[in-house]
Write a protein that binds this ligand. Structure first.
Ligand SMILES: [Zn+2]
Length: 405
């Protein structure tokens, strides 16, 4: 099978994560990390490596102070907890476990205090609501803030302080497990914050999926969908993008170089401040069929035709079967009248293109549909999704590095 290294030309490297899944320095635009108070890394199966919580209210000086100080060996007070029990924490547990128990409790206590409800003992219904409310929180990019693993850890921490205070453990109540499993079901259905490792789509597999998609494109609407999905798949893979980044991409974030490579601005604000922009270089591939700039240009042509003359324009463009047998990425890019529009949009059954951007969940679903169409077994399809492109790109990248050494 033809196999080409995903990054074959010299240029700005795409955002690469280290072995712990954290982006290397300079990979994340700084405006993504506005205020860091509580950093929560989670099961490293996901492309998101950390997030920032919103700051806790400052009316709990003991909580704020305790976080700022080095905690090992220091028995500080915790709201609602007997001092001896806090002292035991450091005697019985490792520094990192102790830190989690402590921070998780401060977080919960603060949440209860804001609502004027009892934290110790906590009513199981309150804990269930705490889980549901936090599960519903989303980042600015529209993704869930907290993984199931994190929510479970919070419940375990609440349990810890209750158990050690000789109180009934609220997390063991049926309403709390029901809340956690309901959240898990919602996450799973939308491919959000998966607890299982995303299936990494490798270059060869992507080649097969794109090939099947193109052979299946027998009507003009299917051709439009194929162009969008191939652009999603190839750009997502070659640029090692998160689905939220693909979702937020606007037409004017992407520019073609003279030889066809793409320069993709991500995380750039559209309010005139460009300091925080981070530009990725997506090179063209040897094989036109797997060329991300070609796939992007083919989709952009659909978008441009739609903005120029609506559905009939797209129909005219895609009515006849068109050979795609060599690179088109160095041709003059199609002009989209309003370049601020999102790149990836929903395509309705009648071929109309939605004005709104394709959500992270919709991107996840599109990738999954393509894998199913290419005949992947259900077991694999259930693990394919929004994270598979970045995971696959990372795997290829690591493979290339390991083959070199
Ligand atoms: Zn090309």
């Amino acid at each position: 099978m033809h196999h080409e290294p995903p990054w074959s030309s010299v240029g700005d490297a795409p955002c690469i994560t280290n072995l712990h899944g954290r982006p290397l320095a300079g990979c994340l635009p700084s405006r993504r990390a506005p205020r860091i108070l509580e950093t929560d890394t989670f099961a490293c199966n996901d492309v998101h490596v950390s997030h920032q919580d919103t700051p806790l209210p400052s009316k709990h000086p003991s909580a704020e102070g305790s976080r700022a100080r080095s905690s090992v060996g220091v028995s500080e007070s915790l709201p609602g907890v007997d001092a001896r029990i806090v002292a035991d924490l450091y005697r019985l547990h490792s520094a990192s476990t102790a830190r989690n128990y402590r921070q998780d409790w401060v977080r919960f206590a603060s949440w209860c205090a804001d609502r004027g409800i009892s934290m110790m003992p906590a009513d199981p219904e309150v804990v269930a609501e705490y889980v549901r409310e936090n599960a519903a929180r989303r980042s600015g990019a529209g993704d869930r803030m907290y993984s199931i693993a994190t929510l479970n850890r919070w419940v375990a921490s609440i349990n810890y302080w209750h158990r050690n205070s000789g109180l009934r453990v609220p997390g063991e109540a049926a309403c709390v497990s029901a809340a956690v499993s309901s959240v898990r079901g919602i996450y799973r259905d939308n491919g959000e914050r998966p607890t299982r490792r995303a299936y990494p789509l490798r270059f060869g597999e992507l080649e097969e999926i794109v090939d099947v998609s193109r052979r299946d494109a027998t009507t003009w609407v299917k051709r439009a969908r194929e162009r969008r999905d191939s652009a999603l798949l190839l750009l997502g893979f070659m640029g090692a993008y998160r689905r939220s980044e693909l979702s937020m991409l606007a037409v004017d974030d992407v520019t073609f170089s003279r030889r066809g490579d793409l320069r993709v601005r991500c995380g750039g604000s559209h309010d005139g401040t460009v300091d925080d922009d981070f530009v990725k270089h997506v090179p063209l591939s040897r094989d036109h069929a797997m060329c991300a700039p070609c796939a992007y240009r083919r989709w952009l042509e659909v978008v441009a035709n739609f903005h120029e003359s609506g559905r009939p324009g797209v129909m005219r463009l895609l009515r006849g079967h068109e050979e795609f047998d060599s690179h088109v990425c160095s041709f003059a890019p199609p002009i989209v009248p309003d370049p601020g529009v999102p790149v990836f949009r929903a395509i309705r059954a009648n071929g109309n293109i939605s004005a709104a951007t394709l959500s992270g969940s919709a991107i996840h679903a599109a990738i999954r549909r393509r894998a199913a169409l290419a005949g992947y077994p259900d077991e694999v399809v259930s693990r394919v999704g929004g994270q598979s492109l970045r995971a696959g790109a990372t795997a290829e990248r690591l493979l290339d590095v390991s083959q070199l050494s």
